[in-house]
Design a protein around this ligand. Structure first.
Ligand code: NAD
Length: 339
C-alpha cells in the first residue's frame, strides 16, 4: 500500500476540481483524480502537470463503480476524499431528472460506502447555495432554512447533504464537510485551466466570454425589473482559486463535529449588469447584450454571509471580481487559440 497524503478527487478534471488539484499539490498533498471525462477533457491533465511541474495520478472511470474504487483504495492509503463528481446543469436537470438523480445520488452513495469500507475520516462534499432556494434574507447564513428548490439538480444537493449527514452521524470516524458554493467564476491566473462548458453555457461568465470572443451572438440578461440597484439579479461571484483553497482548509480542519457546513462566497453581491460592465472595462472588449424576460425560478438576490468559514477555517477570498473576469477572459482567449 502506497502511503502519503493521498486525497481522492472525484471530478478532478472538471472546473472546480482541477483548480483544487493545483491547490492540493501546492499544499503538499498528493491528489488522485477519478473522472470519467463525461464533462471534461483529458488535456486538462497535461495542463495540471504544466502548472504544477508534478505528475498527476488519474483514473478514468465512473466513481459509482465500487469494484474499481476498491482497486484504487487498496493501492493507496487514502487520507481524504473530495467529491466533486456530479452533473450540474440546472436547466438540463428539469428535462432529464433521472440522469441527475442517478448520477448525483449514486456517485455520492458509492463514495461514502468506500469511505466506510476503508475507514476514511475526511470527506468534503460539493454543495451549493441552491439549497437555500429563494432565501428570506440576504446575506444568507448557514442556519437559513433549506427551502423548496425548483430544479431536480438543486434537489439532488439537498438530498445529498442529508445522505452525508445521516452517514456521518451513523459512523464512528467519518467527518464530513459540506461546502455550499456560491457562484464560482474565473480561471487559473496562468490561463491554462478554467471552465469548459460543453455546449451552450449555463452560467453567466462563460456566456459573457463566449459572446465577447464571437462564439455566441448576444447575451440575454434575464429581467431588469428585480428590486435591486439596476433591476438585474444579484449573485455572489467567487474566484475558483479561492474556492479551491476552501477545500484545502476543510481538509485541514480539526473539527470534531460529524458534519460541518460552510458557505463559500465573498460576502459581496454583484448584479448581472455590474458583471458585464466590469468585464468590458477590465478587458477592453464589448459584450453585446440585451434585456430579456425574467427566467423562471431565479431568486432576485443571493449572496453569502461568510463569517463562519472566515472564523473557523481562516479562509478569505483573495481575488476581486475584476481579477476573476480578467482571468476568465485570458482563459477564453487561450482556449480559442488552442482549438
Ligand atoms: N460550477 C458551479 O457553478 C457550481 C456551483 C455549486 C456547486 N457546484 C458543484 O461542484 C461540483 C463540481 O462542479 P464543476 O463546475 O467543477 O463541474 P464540472 O462538470 O466541470 O466537473 C465535474 C467533473 O465530474 C466528472 N464526473 C461527473 N460524474 C462523474 C462520475 N459519475 N464519475 C466520474 N466522474 C464524473 C465530469 O466529467 C467532470 O469532469 C459539482 O458537484 C457541482 O454540482 C458547482
Amino acid at each position: 500500500m502506497e502511503s502519503g497524503k493521498y486525497i481522492i478527487v472525484t471530478g478532478g478534471a472538471g472546473f472546480i476540481g482541477s483548480h483544487t488539484v493545483v491547490s492540493l499539490l501546492e499544499s503538499g498533498y498528493s491528489p488522485i483524480i477519478i473522472d470519467d471525462f463525461r464533462n471534461s477533457k483529458k488535456f486538462i491533465l497535461d495542463r495540471l502537470e504544466e502548472i504544477t511541474g508534478k505528475s498527476i495520478v488519474s483514473f478514468d472511470f465512473d466513481c459509482s463503480n465500487q469494484e474499481k474504487l476498491r482497486e484504487v483504495f487498496s493501492t493507496y492509503e487514502v487520507h481524504g476524499i473530495i467529491h466533486f463528481a456530479a452533473d450540474k446543469a440546472v436547466g438540463e436537470s428539469v428535462l432529464k431528472p433521472l440522469k441527475y438523480y442517478e448520477n448525483n445520488l449514486q456517485s455520492l452513495v458509492s463514495m461514502l460506502k468506500i469511505s466506510e469500507e476503508f475507514s476514511v475520516t475526511k470527506f468534503v462534499f460539493s454543495s451549493s447555495c441552491t439549497v437555500y432556494g429563494e432565501p428570506d434574507q440576504v446575506p444568507v447564513d448557514e442556519n437559513a432554512p433549506i427551502k423548496y428548490t425548483a430544479s431536480p439538480y438543486g434537489y439532488t444537493k439537498q438530498v445529498c447533504e442529508r445522505i452525508c449527514a445521516d452517514t456521518a452521524y451513523a459512523s464512528d470516524h467519518l467527518r464530513i464537510t459540506l461546502l455550499r458554493y456560491f457562484n464560482p467564476i474565473g480561471a487559473h491566473p496562468s490561463g491554462l485551466i478554467g471552465e469548459l462548458p460543453l455546449g451552450v453555457p449555463n452560467n453567466l461568465v462563460p456566456f459573457v466570454t463566449q459572446t465577447a470572443i464571437g462564439i455566441r451572438q448576444e447575451l440575454t440578461v434575464f429581467g431588469d425589473d428585480y428590486p435591486t440597484t439596476d433591476g438585474t439579479c444579484i449573485r455572489d461571484y467567487i474566484h475558483v482559486c479561492d474556492l479551491a483553497d476552501a477545500h484545502v482548509r476543510a481538509l485541514e480542519s480539526n473539527s470534531d463535529e460529524e458534519v460541518s457546513i460552510y458557505n463559500v462566497g465573498t460576502g459581496v453581491g454583484s448584479t448581472v449588469l455590474e458583471v458585464v460592465n466590469t468585464f468590458e472595462e477590465v478587458n477592453g472588449v464589448k459584450v453585446k447584450h440585451k434585456i430579456g424576460p425574467r427566467r423562471e425560478g431565479d431568486a432576485a438576490q443571493v449572496y453569502a454571509d461568510n463569517k463562519k468559514i472566515t472564523e473557523a477555517l481562516h479562509w478569505k477570498a483573495k481575488y476581486t471580481l475584476s481579477d476573476a473576469l480578467k482571468h476568465a477572459w485570458n482563459w477564453q482567449k487561450n482556449l480559442d487559440e488552442s482549438r
